[in-house]
Design a binder for this molecule. Structure first.
Ligand SMILES: Cc1ncc(COP(=O)(O)O)c(C=O)c1O
Length: 350
């Protein structure tokens, strides 16, 4: 596949902004190049625009080369960068599965890019035929999300691979929740997938939503185009420093993932057979999608008692569905108790 042909004309010819710090390599003692304040603190200097140390740690943890990584101010920034790199406003098309993460649609709209939703099948898996149908040269991007938000399931890998093989543009596979899944990341096959960008994030299993750090993985060629478009200092000093600590502390992350998966099971078992629960969708994430009777009333009931969950009932084929994030054990106990209580009270009043 010719990746260059997929890139927007203005980006192909773009001469990226070269920051003072990016041009410098080696050791120096006196920095009078970037109009920074000379008064030493944890943040008086601009961050490393290439995030070299952090990328090298991520590269070894993910078994890719540092040149195959782009870091962003959350995956949200990377989604936007990808759209701006490949899609000509008003002309090109971004296709995405539905129901799925809302930002694909919002970012297409912000960039005035045409968009097409492809419905998932009855099991919330991808329909290969629908994903690949009616492609034109304007169909630049296809966004998949696996495990998918809000449905919680992984998409079948064989179907994903068929879609990747048949799609004429770039396929973005958003793996924000992959650490909670049984299935391996597609990242391990990346070297054979020249038109794929994999997104992961520090916001979920790695416990760093407030840091705003998203990771994009792709071929060196794709990464080079994305790096040209990114703001020079998009990942700040503190984020880079704390992210390195999180990576050094991988055992803590692993133990939190193990607890979360066990709590997910606990919540699922507690809700199974519960009056008012119509369906619990299988989850490979840190949340569970549940179809309830009287979901609006339940949502209000929980909110009045200080428990906020996410109403996803307006999403395609998610009528009556609420998304429950797995919290601490005592938070999950409280949630289960309140749901039970709601249906007991509601039966009494009926
Ligand atoms: C599927 C998916 N992708 C990306 C994100 C955003 O990640 P980040 O916090 O890295 O911007 C989310 C957040 O909820 C998500 O659910």
């Amino acid at each position: 596949m010719n990746i260059q042909e997929l890139v927007r004309e203005n980006i192909k010819s773009l001469k990226a902004f070269s920051s003072a710090r990016a041009e410098f390599e080696g050791d120096a003692d006196v920095f009078l190049d970037a109009n920074e304040s000379p008064y030493q603190s944890a943040h008086n200097r601009y961050p490393d625009p290439h995030q070299r140390e952090l990328k090298s740690m991520i590269a070894s943890s993910r078994k890719v080369s540092a040149e195959q990584i782009i870091l962003g101010n959350g995956s949200d920034e990377l989604i936007d960068l990808i759209v701006r790199t490949f899609c000509e406003p008003k002309e090109d098309v971004l296709r995405y599965i539905s129901p799925s993460f809302g930002m694909y649609k919002v970012v297409a709209d912000i960039n005035d890019v045409r968009r097409e939703e492809v419905a998932l099948d009855d099991d919330f898996d991808i329909d290969v035929y629908r994903c690949l149908a009616d492609q034109t040269t304007h169909h630049k991007l296809l966004f998949l999300c696996s495990p998918n938000n809000p449905t919680g399931n992984v998409l079948s890998k064989d179907r994903v691979l068929k879609v990747v093989a048949g799609w004429h543009g770039i396929v973005v596979i958003d793996e924000a929740y992959i650490e909670f899944a049984d299935q391996d990341s597609i990242l391990y096959q990346l070297s054979q997938l020249e038109n794929v960008i994999v997104l992961q994030t520090f916001s979920k299993a790695m416990g760093g939503a407030g840091l705003r750090l998203g990771m994009g993985f792709a071929s060196k060629e794709i990464i080079n185009y994305l790096v040209k478009v990114k703001p020079p200092y998009n990942v700040n000093n503190h984020t880079q420093a704390i992210a390195k600590k999180i990576l050094e502390n991988a055992d803590l992350t692993t133990s939190q993932i193990v607890e979360c998966i066990s709590e997910r099971r606990k919540v699922t078992v507690a809700l199974e057979g519960q009056k008012g629960v119509k369906k619990i969708y299988p989850s490979d994430t840190n949340f569970v999608l549940v179809r309830f009777q009287e979901h609006k009333e339940l949502y209000q009931y929980l909110m009045k008692r200080g428990v906020i969950i996410r109403d996803r009932s307006s999403q395609l084929n998610c009528e009556g569905c609420l998304r429950l994030t797995i919290g601490l054990p005592k938070e999950n106990d409280m949630l289960i108790k309140l749901i039970n209580q709601y249906y007991e009270e509601s039966t009494i009043h009926r």
